[in-house]
Design a protein around this ligand. Structure first.
Ligand code: NAD
Ligand SMILES: O=C(O)C(=O)C[C@@H](O)[C@H](O)[C@H](O)COP(=O)(O)O
Ligand code: ZN
Length: 346
């Protein structure tokens, strides 16, 4: 269940009164500690004891090492199964916090309070939790729904532009895979500001919720939410590995350009549609220099994509704007051609 709330914390307070957890564990990173926690604490009306757990910000921390530290902290706090984890942050915090909560003592309840655009429109919804391992994105994780998602759009006021643009990529993806009008609305935005994006956030949340509602464990249609991620995740991992992390949304935007090209190479879309999608994405996202990565390196990482089966790299592709398909096994030559095409766009 999702509640979008305009500085109204009463629903959250009522939720806590009804649930009566034994303890609150509020997971934050250094930035959400500074920018979001004071608002949350200033509005919580509860006698339930709480602990603040802070980790450093960034994808680099979404690891097994951090997970082990967090599990240890919970045992030190003697956290029991009736405690509630509150994930206050972006996708790193909700992925990591959801993973810790869903595995500690085989699972304690958790709620997500997303503080980034990406978290609000995508990561906090749908119950995919997890961590990266050996630079493979989300390779260890669980499917576990939060008890509730509380969205306070005011948290976007302190979000840096690059992070807003990152979340916007997932919104564009929602338009491309499920709703032509949403895509049109989004690409018409001239200036990417929280104020301009705000009217379209709920539509993105609904698209994600609707898809997840049909296929929680990603056996079929949920794979369309992974459009842009087969290549995007591999490239995101490589930048992380080289110590030059990029945002998830930048990687997904690059992945969507390549996977749109693949959709064309597979004759799923016309040249006109291909051009429209790629030129719109390029308007919002700077070109990524991937020349230091060979196509083989990228392909190698894609071998561990979670959508693969029987040794095939399976893609989710576009059939038309607002409609996607999945489980498309693509010849290696076409994948390489799309990567070379992207390099030449610079
Ligand atoms: N589970 C899912 O369905 C899902 C979906 C999409 C992405 N993801 C994952 O989410 C992660 C990316 O999430 P993200 O983009 O939110 O990154 P993030 O959590 O790293 O947040 C981005 C940056 O913004 C800062 N920040 C957060 N809220 C802020 C605020 N209100 N004001 C100022 N700064 C703030 C953070 O400290 C961080 O530095 C990736 O690991 C990605 O794989 C998961
Ligand atoms: O919720 C989903 O399903 C998605 O694919 C949404 C993606 O935007 C998100 O990045 C997700 O974490 C990717 O999942 P993964 O299974 O490819 O790790
Ligand atoms: Zn994503």
């Amino acid at each position: 269940m999702i509640s979008i709330l305009d500085h109204d914390f009463s629903q959250l307070n009522n939720f806590l009164t009804i649930l009566q957890p034994t303890q609150l564990l509020i997971l934050v990173d250094e930035n959400t500690h500074e920018y979001c926690l004071p608002t949350l604490l200033g509005n919580l009306e509860t006698e339930i004891p709480f602990e603040i757990i802070e980790i450093e910000a960034g994808e680099e921390l979404k690891t097994l090492e951090t997970a082990a530290q967090l599990w240890e902290i919970l045992t030190e706090f003697e956290t029991d199964r009736k405690a509630l984890m509150i994930n206050l942050g972006g996708g790193v915090i909700t992925d990591m916090g959801g993973f810790i909560a869903s595995t500690y003592k085989r699972g304690i309840p958790f709620i997500n309070i997303p503080t980034t655009l990406l978290g609000m429109c995508d990561a906090s919804i749908g119950g995919k939790t997890g961590i990266d391992h050996q630079f493979l994105k989300n390779i260890i994780g669980t499917f576990a729904h939060p008890e509730h998602i509380f969205v306070f759009p005011e948290f976007l006021n302190t979000l840096p532009f690059e992070q807003l643009r990152s979340g916007f990529a997932e919104m564009l993806k929602h338009g491309l895979i499920a709703d032509q009008n949403h895509w049109k609305d989004l690409i018409s935005i001239k200036d990417l500001t929280a104020e301009n994006i705000f009217p379209f956030i709920e539509r993105s949340m609904n698209i994600k919720q609707n898809v997840v509602g049909q296929d929680f464990r990603e056996q079929n249609i949920r794979k369309t939410l992974n459009f842009g991620h087969t290549i995007g995740h591999a490239v995101e991992s490589l930048f992380l590995l080289k110590g030059k992390p990029i945002t998830h949304g930048e990687a997904v935007a690059m992945g969507m350009i390549c996977e749109t090209r693949i959709s064309k190479l597979q004759d799923l879309i016309s040249e006109e549609t291909e051009t429209q999608i790629i030129s719109s994405l390029r308007k919002f996202y700077p070109h990524l220099d991937i020349t230091e990565f060979s196509p083989e390196e990228i392909l190698n990482l894609m071998k561990n994509d979670k959508k693969n089966s029987f040794g095939n790299i399976n893609f989710s592709l576009i059939k038309r704007i607002g409609n996607a398909t999945f489980d498309c096994s693509i010849p290696i030559e076409n994948i390489k051609e799309a990567l070379i095409y992207y390099q030449k766009l610079d």
